[in-house]
Design a protein around this ligand. Structure first.
Ligand SMILES: Nc1nc2c(c(=O)[nH]1)N[C@H]1C(S)=C(S)[C@@H](COP(=O)(O)O)O[C@H]1N2
Ligand SMILES: [Mo]
Length: 421
C-alpha cells in the first residue's frame, strides 16, 4: 500500500516534499482491487456509449454536458445597463490557461456587437503622421504572442471586509484570467506614426457606448504592449474585446482597453473617470493614490478550497495559481499549519513573465484541523504579504489591489472555510 513513512515531511501539518510525486507506488484515492472484483470489472457489460456509433461531427465544440456546472458567475447592475462583472470559476479549472468562454468579464456598458469590416483604429496626436487602420490592414503586420493574465484592479476586494467572505475561490478572486493573446507589437505602429519628442502618454479609447478611455505612460506602450486580434488561437471573443484589444501585460485590467478604436498621443494624462474617481487607492491618510498600474504578486490555493470537501484523511494534491505583474514567479511556498512552517511548491513549466503559474505540492492530511496558505515570491524578490500587514500599510478603506495571502481552514470533518489567520 502506501509508502508515506519513507517520505520526509518538509513542513508541519503534513506538507510533503514536492518531489514526492515522482515516487512510484503512491496511493491517493484509487480503490485497490481484489482478484474477484477485478474479474467482475472485466466481465461487466460495455456501457451504452461503447455499443453504438457516437454523435456526429460539429462545426464548433462545446464542453461535455456533464460539465454544465463549470460556468462564470455573473452580476449585473440594475441601475446601469451593461455594467457588471462575470467571474472565472478558478476552483474548477486546472493548468494555466483560462478557456476563452470562461475568461472573466468586466464591462462598463455591455458588449458592443462590432462588425470588423466597419471597425477602424486611429492613431493621432503628438505624431508626425496620423494613421488609420482597418482590421484587414492590421492582418498584414508581423504578429507575436503574449501569454499573460488580466486582472481587474478590483479583484479580491472582498478581502478588505472585516469578516472573511464564505464563497468559492472564483467568486472571490475570479476577476483574473489568463490567455494567449496574439497581435501586433504596439511599438511597431507607434513608430510608423513617428512619435514626437514631447509625447509622454497615450490615451486609449474603446468603441463601446461607455467610451472607456484610459491614460498609459508611453514607456510601457513602447515596451511590451500588443494590439491583440486573437485570444487562445481564435479571434478574440466579443466579451473580451473583438475585434481589437490593447494588451498591457501585468498592469491592472482597466488599461487593457477592449474594442479599441483610438490611440491619442499626448504629453499628459487625460484624467478620465476610470483613473480619478475609480481605480484609485484611498490611503490611510485620506488621500487617494492614482495610477497604481502594476498588479503585485498574488497566489491562492484553488484545490482544495472553499466548497470542496475532503472525504477522508490521506494523501492529497494541493494545487493553485500564482502571478505577478512585475515578472516571473520565482517561488511559491505553502503552509498547512497556518503559516508556522512553509514548504516550497513545484512550479509547472513553463514559468512565464506576468502569466498565471500553476503550483502543486503533495499533502498528507491527518484528519485534524489545518490551515492552508500559499505565498508567492516574484523575481524582483517581492513577497506576497499576510493580510494584517497589507491592511496595516493600506488602511481599512481599500477597495482595489487586494493581494494578501489567502487562508483556508480545513475542519476535522473535511469541510473548508475561509479564515483570516
Ligand atoms: N472598452 C472597454 N474596455 C475595457 C472595459 C470596458 O468596460 N470597456 N473594462 C475594463 C476593465 S475595468 C477590465 S478589468 C478589463 C476586463 O477585461 P475582460 O472583460 O476581457 O476580462 O477590461 C477593461 N477594458
Ligand atoms: Mo477592472
Amino acid at each position: 500500500m502506501s509508502k508515506h513513512n519513507e517520505m520526509q515531511a518538509v513542513a508541519g501539518g503534513g506538507l510533503l516534499d514536492r518531489r514526492l510525486f515522482l515516487k512510484k507506488g503512491l496511493s491517493f484515492s484509487a480503490l485497490a482491487l481484489s482478484a474477484d472484483v477485478l474479474a467482475a470489472e472485466l466481465d461487466a457489460p460495455r456501457p451504452e456509449w461503447a455499443q453504438k456509433p457516437g454523435t456526429p461531427f460539429s462545426n464548433y465544440g462545446h464542453p461535455s454536458r456533464y460539465e454544465q456546472k463549470t460556468i462564470r458567475w455573473t452580476m449585473g447592475n440594475a441601475m446601469a445597463a451593461g455594467n457588471g462583472v462575470s467571474w472565472t470559476p478558478l476552483q474548477d479549472l486546472e493548468g494555466m490557461i483560462t478557456p476563452s468562454g470562461l475568461h472573466f468579464e468586466r464591462h462598463h456598458n455591455g458588449v458592443p456587437q462590432i462588425d470588423p469590416a466597419q471597425h477602424k483604429l486611429l492613431i493621432h496626436g503628438l505624431v508626425n503622421q496620423s494613421l488609420v487602420f482597418t482590421m484587414e490592414d492590421l492582418q498584414r503586420y508581423p504578429m507575436t504572442s503574449v501569454l499573460c493574465f488580466i486582472e481587474c484592479g478590483g479583484n479580491s476586494n472582498a478581502g478588505w471586509q472585516t469578516q472573511p467572505i464564505q464563497t468559492q475561490v472564483g467568486y472571490f478572486h475570479g476577476m483574473a484570467s489568463c490567455s494567449e493573446w496574439t497581435g501586433i507589437p504596439l511599438r511597431l505602429l507607434l513608430n510608423e506614426a513617428q512619435i514626437k519628442g514631447r509625447a509622454k502618454w497615450l490615451i486609449a479609447e474603446g468603441a463601446d457606448a461607455s467610451l472607456m478611455n484610459v491614460s498609459l505612460p508611453l514607456d510601457k506602450a513602447l515596451d511590451d504592449c500588443i494590439l491583440a486580434l486573437y485570444q487562445n488561437g481564435e479571434r478574440i471573443r466579443p466579451e473580451n474585446g473583438y475585434p481589437l484589444r490593447l494588451i498591457v501585460p501585468g498592469w491592472e485590467g482597466v488599461v487593457n482597453v477592449k474594442w479599441l478604436r483610438r490611440l491619442h498621443l499626448t504629453n499628459q494624462p487625460t484624467m478620465a473617470r476610470n483613473e480619478t474617481s475609480k481605480y484609485t487607492e484611498l490611503m490611510p491618510s485620506g488621500k487617494a493614490r492614482q495610477f497604481t498600474f502594476v498588479m503585485e504578486a498574488k497566489s491562492l490555493i484553488t484545490q482544495p478550497s472553499f466548497g470542496h470537501k475532503l472525504k477522508q484523511p490521506g494523501l492529497y494534491q494541493i494545487s493553485g495559481l500564482a502571478w505577478s505583474g512585475r515578472g516571473k514567479i520565482a517561488k511559491v511556498e505553502v503552509s498547512a499549519d497556518g503559516g508556522k512552517t512553509w514548504a516550497e511548491a513545484q512550479l509547472q513549466e513553463p514559468v512565464l513573465s506576468k502569466c498565471f503559474t500553476r503550483f502543486r505540492i503533495p499533502w498528507q492530511w491527518n484528519g485534524q484541523q489545518a490551515i492552508l496558505k500559499s505565498r508567492a515570491i516574484d523575481e524582483t524578490g517581492y513577497v506576497q504579504p499576510e493580510r494584517d500587514v497589507l491592511v496595516k500599510s493600506q488602511g481599512q478603506h481599500g477597495y482595489f489591489h487586494y493581494n494578501a495571502i489567502v487562508s483556508w481552514e480545513v475542519a476535522s470533518n473535511g469541510s473548508i472555510s475561509h479564515v483570516y489567520a
